[in-house]
Design a protein around this ligand. Structure first.
Ligand SMILES: O=c1[nH]cnc2c1ncn2[C@H]1C[C@H](O)[C@@H](CO)O1
Ligand SMILES: [Zn+2]
Length: 361
């Protein structure tokens, strides 16, 4: 079996569960949209400099500072046309990078300052994903996010349920984590559970175990956004023997998916480096780990790039990469039969072809 090169990783069928729509704009489009809409707040109107600006401004070591840069992307995503364009380009860029299935999230409440209704926002994004996916081997679905610092989670949860059969597959909360625990939005989560709806919660990124514990045991999260701090509940003895605390054991036993985003975690200070990122240990311990981008613009990354970094750092081979892709597909919020069809019809055959490329079968 050959080793995964960056070019081959790009061709591999990938699955993305944690990617923010307002964190993945093309710099060229931000400049265009700012000009068309009269948004005057950009730090520069040169697309190359803008790309560098986002990456540098996002690498402060603090989630709160990381989130400040979103004012510029959200600022140019206030019209139907802008949302359709950004969503279509998102689907195109992910398909170009070899992603076969993506759940892309955004907060509808952030896109209403120029007068769009929440429904109009959701419809525009669905339309954009459909446009960008047409004729490309990718399926893109929406997750609706409520901002945990605001008080609209129940309303957004209801919106997610209203659009569940036409492209929205789940719900999430995001934004500053410290001081805004998941239980603040318990009403929304209980509503979603009664509706048999799916949701993930950003937890264990900028706050520790209590946030993860609440997300799972109080709120009933199906998946964890990041969840890196679960490492605080795992002790490794000097001889390398791991000991899992009760919460870590629960997360592993229940196969709760961790939506890990290595580059973003380094920028926000949730991990020191790729080599020290908990993903290495969690993969070894067979947690249900998935690999994601979080914000391709702010983190100056792509799904392939995240895998390239992991291959370089941990020496992962094709079997590891396939394991991450299958884990992610199993954890998606689309129906079981559709997940199975993607695993057997696209992911496994795609990896088989790459693994043995150039070698006798
Ligand atoms: O990694 C993150 N943690 C918490 N909140 C985040 C992260 N990435 C993006 N967000 C916020 C900023 C966006 O405006 C919002 C909706 O996508 O979600
Ligand atoms: Zn995120």
């Amino acid at each position: 079996m050959n080793q995964p090169s960056p070019a081959a990783i790009r061709k591999a069928p990938k699955v993305l569960l944690h990617d923010h729509l307002d964190g993945g704009l093309r710099p060229e489009s931000i400049v265009d949209l700012a000009r068309d809409s009269g948004y005057a707040g950009l730090p520069t109107t040169d697309p190359g400099n803008l790309r560098t600006w986002f990456a540098e401004a996002s690498a402060s070591g603090s989630l709160e500072r990381y989130l400040e840069t979103f004012s510029h992307t959200v600022g140019v995503m206030q019209s139907r046309e802008a949302l359709v364009r950004v969503a279509a380009e998102c689907a195109e860029d992910l398909a170009d990078d070899g992603v076969v299935y993506a759940e892309v999230r955004y907060a509808p409440e952030l896109h209403t300052t120029a007068g769009l209704t929440l429904d109009e926002v959701v419809q525009a994004v669905i339309e954009g994903f459909e446009q960008g996916s047409a004729g490309r081997p990718i399926k893109v679905r929406s997750l609706l996010t409520a901002m945990r610092t605001q008080a609209r989670s129940r309303e957004i949860a209801e919106l997610a349920v209203r659009y569940r059969d036409v492209g929205v597959v789940g719900f999430d909360i995001a934004g500053a984590e410290a001081g805004y625990p998941p239980t603040r939005h318990l009403d929304a989560f209980e509503y979603l559970q009664r509706e048999n709806a799916h949701f993930t919660i950003h937890a264990g990124e900028a706050f520790g175990l209590p946030s993860i514990w609440q997300a799972i045991q109080w709120c009933g999260a199906d998946r964890l956004g990041h969840g890196v701090r679960i490492i605080d509940d795992i002790q490794v003895s000097p001889d390398g023997e791991p000991k899992l605390g009760r919460l870590a054991a629960y997360v592993r036993d229940k196969r709760i998916p961790l939506e890990m985003c290595p580059t973003s975690n380094i920028q926000t200070g949730a991990a020191k480096s790729i080599a020290e990122h908990p993903i290495g240990l969690l993969r070894r311990l067979h947690f249900r780990v998935t690999v994601n981008t979080d914000n391709r613009l702010m983190s100056d990354t792509t799904p392939s790039q995240e895998f390239v970094k992991l291959v370089e750092t941990f020496g992962y081979g094709w079997d590891d990469l396939q394991w991450f892709a299958v884990n992610a597909m199993k954890s998606a919020f689309i129906p079981f039969d559709e997940r199975l069809a993607l695993i057997n019809g696209q992911i496994k055959p795609g990896f088989a072809k790459l693994k043995w490329a150039g070698e006798a079968q």
